[in-house]
Design a protein around this ligand. Structure first.
Ligand code: CMP
Length: 138
C-alpha cells in the first residue's frame, strides 16, 4: 500500500552539506518527495513537534539542538513508507545503526543523528500536517 511519512533532515546534516547525499539516498530507496521546505524551527515549533518527549531528560537539549540551524522537513511516499524509512534511517544512536543506513553514514551522536523519521502511520499523519497544508502535498 502506498503510504506517506515525514522526515526532517536535521541541522547537523545541513551544516555538513549532506542534504543532497541524503535526498539521493532516499530517492534510490524509492521514496518520492511529495513536499519539501527549508526552514529554521522556532523554539515553540520544536517544543510542539517533540511534545511526546516533553517528560524525557533530553527534551530541552533536543529543542535547543533542533533550533540551532536550518532543517529540511519533507513528506515522502512509497510502499510501506513508515517502516521502510525507519529501516533506511537506522537506529536512533548512529553507533548502533546498521551499516549503510543514513544515521550510520551521516550521524555522529544520538542527538546529531542526521534525520528524523515518523515512528507510526498515525504520527506520520500528524507530523506531515505539522509542516505542510494539504495543498502543498503534490
Ligand atoms: P528523533 O527520531 O528525531 O526523535 C527524538 C529525538 O531525540 C531522537 O531522534 C534523538 O535525536 C533525540 N535524543 C536525544 N537523546 C536521546 C536519548 N537518550 N534517547 C532517545 N532519543 C534521544
Amino acid at each position: 500500500m502506498t503510504e506517506r511519512t515525514l522526515t526532517i533532515i536535521k541541522p547537523d546534516s545541513v551544516e555538513k552539506n549532506n542534504v543532497g547525499a541524503i535526498i539521493a539516498h532516499l530517492e534510490r530507496e524509492g521514496f518520492r518527495i511529495v513536499a519539501a521546505r527549508m526552514m529554521r524551527l522556532t523554539e515553540a515549533q520544536a517544543r510542539a513537534f517533540y511534545e511526546v518527549h516533553r517528560e524525557r531528560p533530553f527534551y530541552d537539549d533536543l529543542v535547543a539542538y533542533m533550533t540551532s540551524g536550518p532543517v529540511w522537513p519533507m513528506c515522502l511516499e512509497r510502499e510501506n513508507a513508515v517502516v521502510h524509512l525507519r529501516e533506511v534511517m537506522g537506529a536512533t544512536n548512529p553507533a548502533e545503526a546498521n551499516e549503510e543506513t543514513i544515521r550510520a553514514l551521516y550521524g555522529e551522536s544520538i542527538e546529531r543523528n542526521a534525520i528524523h523519521g515518523s515512528d507510526s502511520p498515525e504520527n506520520a499523519a500528524r507530523e506531515i500536517s505539522f509542516f505542510f497544508p494539504e495543498t502543498d502535498l503534490v
